[in-house]
Design a protein around this ligand. Structure first.
Ligand code: NAD
Length: 306
């Protein structure tokens, strides 16, 4: 990796913005592109250059990083008019860190590698906190040589960067992660609902569960927000719904039943249909509350001190 790498960065949302900032702070040159303007202006104030298109962001870059919502967005930005494909130099590496369909990722990989540009799928887990602190877990699919060349840049963003196999393997691993995330999120919501309806002290319940076999990232990080009714997004509900849709598409191709995922997907779809898709995933609790006719914050024990 050059001491100062030239990096194109496309997609400056909840995740992309702090990730791009970390790369800038590490002394690299960034050229950024995003659909909406405010995050671009913020990055430009910090020293990045604004690109007028994905093509311009990729021109002359050693690495071009994408952090976009869904498969269609990545396909448009990568292969569309004035897309990354038109700008990325031969021998450079395009790294898609969004969570999208593994088969779409493989299609894009084929197009880029035919042009002599390396292409990796490198989705992440660890949330906006991980993006800010550089403690993401990054799972990578694609050619191993490209992975080795990309690792120093990815290590600025994540504490654990793992090569998973050929193109699409990063995305497949991320879907497995989302199976675990979605079911433990539902578990956290239902545990708090039961505790609340039974009148227990919710803070004590969270503390006890988090000390034993029922502990989960979802309960520790999102449980307190559910109890407080704080639904501001770290990870948007519409994105988890999208991830579960992709997971079920892959399961369908494999003739694999995933009943738990199917259930949480239906509940997430209900949340999105109620206009709450841009809230955080912890807003799943509101759907569970509506099914039960009971609000978790109504627990008689909630305000009791130990
Ligand atoms: P976000 O919705 O906050 O941000 C997406 C950004 O992409 C926005 O700034 C939007 O303006 C931009 N964008 C969309 N389409 C574009 C286009 N065609 N051209 C240019 N810019 C475009 O999403 P996010 O939370 O940052 O998530 C990004 C990806 O990372 C998603 O695939 C998500 O599933 C995944 N992810 C998110 C989290 C999290 O905690 N937020 C964690 C892990 C993975």
């Amino acid at each position: 990796m050059p001491a100062v790498a030239r990096i194109g960065f496309i997609g400056l949302g909840l995740m992309g913005r702090p990730m791009a900032k970390r790369l800038l702070n590490a002394g690299h040159q960034l050229r950024v592109f995003n659909r909406s303007k405010p995050p671009v202006d913020e990055l430009v104030r910090l020293g990045a250059e604004e690109a007028s298109s994905p093509q311009r962001a990729a021109e002359g870059a050693d690495y071009t990083i994408l952090m976009l919502p869904d498969s269609r967005d990545v396909k448009d930005v990568a292969l569309g008019e004035k897309g990354v494909l038109q700008g990325a130099p031969k021998g450079s590496i395009v790294i898609d860190m969004s969570t999208i369909s593994p088969s779409v990722e493989r299609e894009i990989y084929e197009v880029f590698t035919q042009k002599g540009v390396e292409y990796l799928d490198a989705p992440v887990t660890g949330g906006t906190i991980g993006a800010e602190r550089g403690t993401l877990v990054i799972m990578v699919g694609g050619d191993f040589d490209a992975f080795e060349r990309a690792e120093p840049i990815l290590s600025l963003l994540g504490q654990k960067v793992v090569y998973m196999g050929p193109s699409g393997s990063g995305q497949l691993t991320k879907l497995c992660n989302q199976v675990s995330v979605s079911l433990s999120l539902l578990g956290a919501c239902e545990a708090l609902l039961l505790a609340s309806k039974a009148g227990l002290d919710l803070n004590k319940v969270m503390d006890v569960i988090s000390s034993g076999a029922g502990a989960s990232w979802q309960l520790s990080n999102l449980g307190p927000k559910i109890v407080e009714g704080d639904y501001r997004p770290g990870f948007k509900a519409e994105h988890l719904s999208k991830d579960l849709r992709i997971t079920l598409e892959v399961a369908q191709e494999l003739s694999l039943p995933l009943p738990g995922v199917a259930l949480v997907h239906q509940l997430m779809k209900s949340l999105v249909a109620r206009g709450r898709g841009s809230l955080g995933t912890q807003a799943l609790a509101t759907v569970i509350e509506e099914l039960a006719g009971h609000k978790i914050s109504e627990s008689a024990g909630r305000l009791k001190k130990p």
